[in-house]
Ligand binder design. Structure first.
Ligand code: SAM
Length: 273
């Protein structure tokens, strides 16, 4: 919303902070609408930047927390909202912010952001730590969004898909072309919706074991699972154990990891624990 007088006059975009600002007002509105946040909601926005989403959101939710790492932008928004009790500005790296701690009801929190693409995966895993928010709407690089929602058996399926899909429902909402940003980035984007399972379907131990197996398996994604189970330093099962587990589960462990759905990987993670 560059026409809004509260938008900062912010000089050059900082590449190191992933600053590509969304300048299309229709898309700004669509993303905020996709959040579905109302007057009772608490919302965290990651990286308000020049206010593309912020200026559509402020005033319409109970509590809005803006997390911005850029010194000038954080100072700008702190100044703009200095007299507002419903808007809080946190000048920090989102990865260092304990989001549940800034929220009055972490399980009901909604998170939105057109995030810096270079730290998409760390941000996702940070957001998906327990207690998880109710709903997350993020703009991400198109290829990364496709990896998050990927089905087994596809080239895009891997540790990211299993990690997200085992704790949440994820879907792509719409595409955003690169020309909707200034400066124009070298990639296209998608808006992604993530709704964490509530209550969580897996217990903490299942989640940890699944993560260990998935990381190892997809680090060696070209290898048969039986080899990874035996030889990967994080796993190291004996040949006999691998054969026993395969027989017990009725799983052919000569398969490669990308052919296994998240529930098969979970069964395997439990069996080798
Ligand atoms: N929301 C704005 C928009 O849609 O135009 C800005 C989006 S821009 C892609 C990403 C924003 O995240 C920038 O404002 C940048 O300064 C901020 N940012 C970058 N790294 C960050 C971090 N680690 N923690 C919080 N904000 C960060």
């Amino acid at each position: 919303m560059s026409s809004d007088p509260r938008a900062p006059d912010h000089g050059r975009a900082r590449r190191s902070l992933g600053q590509n600002f969304l300048v299309d007002p229709n898309l700004q509105r669509r993303i905020v609408d996709a959040m579905g946040a109302g007057p009772g909601d608490e919302v965290v926005e990651i990286g308000p930047g020049r206010g593309a989403l912020t200026l559509h959101l402020e005033g319409s939710v109970r509590h809005l927390v803006l997390v911005e790492l850029d010194d000038d932008l954080a100072a700008h928004w702190a100044q703009v909202f200095r007299d507002r009790t419903d808007v809080e500005v946190i000048h920090d790296d989102v990865l260092r912010v304990d989001l549940p701690a800034v929220s009055t009801d972490p399980g009901a929190l909604k998170v939105v952001g057109n995030i810096p693409y270079n730290i998409t995966t760390p941000i996702l895993f940070h957001l998906l730590r327990r207690p998880r928010p109710a709903r997350i709407v993020l703009m991400v690089q198109k290829e990364v969004g496709e990896r998050i929602v990927a089905d087994p058996g596809t080239g895009a399926y891997g540790a990211l898909a299993v990690g997200v899909q085992s704790v949440a429902d994820a879907r792509l909402l719409f595409k955003v072309g690169r020309k909707a940003f200034r400066p124009v980035p070298g990639v296209d984007s998608v808006v992604l919706e993530i709704v964490p399972h509530a209550p969580p379907r897996l217990d903490v131990r299942d989640e940890a074991d699944l993560r260990t197996l998935t990381r190892a398996a997809f680090q060696w994604r070209r290898k048969q699972l039986q080899k990874t189970l035996r030889d990967h330093p994080d796993l190291g099962l004996s040949r006999e154990r691998v054969e026993g587990v395969g027989a017990d589960l009725g799983l052919d462990l000569r398969r490669r990891p990308e052919t296994l759905a998240p529930h098969d990987l979970l069964a395997l993670a439990r069996a080798i624990r």
